[in-house]
Design a protein around this ligand. Structure first.
Ligand SMILES: C[S@@+](CC[C@H](N)C(=O)[O-])C[C@H]1O[C@@H](n2cnc3c(N)ncnc32)[C@H](O)[C@@H]1O
Ligand code: SF4
Length: 285
């Protein structure tokens, strides 16, 4: 089992699309240690908010590394200075930085991370606007180990206008075309499945496999639902059905659609036959 922590609800950015309410709360180092010892995970993901704003982030990284945990650090990349980069490098943590548009400061930080031998991965919340910068981003950061294209998700507060399948699939198509020349392994959130396809029948929901702990120390089924459902004291991962999920339930597609919504965070790098990639992507399966 793996564990992910929202170590803090502080953030220095405040993206207009962010699904999380930024309350300023931190999860204490003691509580994190207690949960890690009790659940004994292999990989620990540190996210937030902005995890580099946690007051004990360096101590936390070294605690996890000393126990032999593999660490995934999700960050907006702004605060990645020399000290943080050294702590990340010394603890072999892998970086996942959200990079939606070219930004000199974040780019320099990521180049320095790469120079220190840190594994840099990119997250990109894909929109009609951001897709236009993907070529430039991949050219600049061609050392990235992977790129994950995220589906902009609205959780009922109207912050995000969500794409339907007729917009989302061509957008993914365009984005993957832009990343191909740079050889960066590209993953994407598919968000929809064609009715009758294997994916539609399975309606995969990633909950129940791993533990997700919020800054309040409680366990939740999924990062998207921390403000939407009640947390639990139990350290057993919480399983949900797609029918019980607030996102799927509150965002139905019209009956005429040939697609159904699936969990937006089901990640794939596989073409499952439900939409068309350009022919020159050949045998992408
Ligand atoms: C909540 S952030 C926390 C880590 C860090 N602050 C960051 O931005 O990478 C985790 C990921 O969720 C993404 N995210 C936040 N709100 C989203 C939304 N409404 N739809 C899709 N992705 C979202 C962010 O872009 C980021 O890649
Ligand atoms: S997506 Fe990340 S950087 Fe943006 S406001 Fe949310 S926590 Fe902060």
């Amino acid at each position: 089992m793996d564990v992910a922590f929202n170590v803090t609800r502080k953030c220095n950015k405040g993206c207009d699309y962010c699904y999380l309410s930024l309350t300023g709360e931190d999860l204490s180092l003691e509580k994190i240690k207690e949960i890690v010892e009790a659940s004994n995970p292999k990989t620990v993901t540190l996210t937030g908010g902005e995890p580099l704003m946690h007051p004990n982030i360096e101590e936390l990284l070294s605690f996890l590394s000393q126990r032999g945990n593999h660490i995934h650090l999700l960050s907006n990349g702004i605060l990645l200075n020399e000290d943080y980069l050294s702590a990340i490098s010394e603890t072999n943590a892998e970086l996942f930085v959200t990079y939606n548009e070219p930004n000199n400061r974040i780019s320099q930080n990521l180049h320095q991370a790469n120079n220190k031998g840190i594994d840099v991965n990119l997250h990109h919340v894909l929109t009609n606007k951001t897709v236009e910068s993907l070529d430039e981003i991949c050219q600049d950061l061609n050392f990235a180990k992977s790129l994950l294209l995220l589906y902009p998700t609205d959780l009922g507060d109207g912050k995000v206008t969500m794409y339907g399948p007729d917009e989302w699939f061509p957008l993914l198509d365009k984005a993957i075309l832009a990343t191909q020349p740079y050889g960066i392994k590209t993953y994407f959130e598919q968000a929809f499945a064609k009715k009758g396809s294997e994916l539609a029948k399975k309606q995969p929901c990633p909950t129940g496999k791993d533990l997700f702990i919020d800054a309040n120390g409680m366990s939740y089924p999924c990062c998207l639902l921390v403000d939407k459902v009640l947390g639990s004291d139990s350290l057993l991962p919480i399983r949900m059905s797609p029918e019980g999920c607030n996102f799927i339930r509150d965002n139905p597609l019209s009956d005429s659609s040939e697609y159904i919504r699936i969990c937006p965070i089901v990640i794939t790098d596989k073409y499952d036959g439900s939409f068309q990639f350009p022919s020159h992507l050949g045998d992408k399966k």
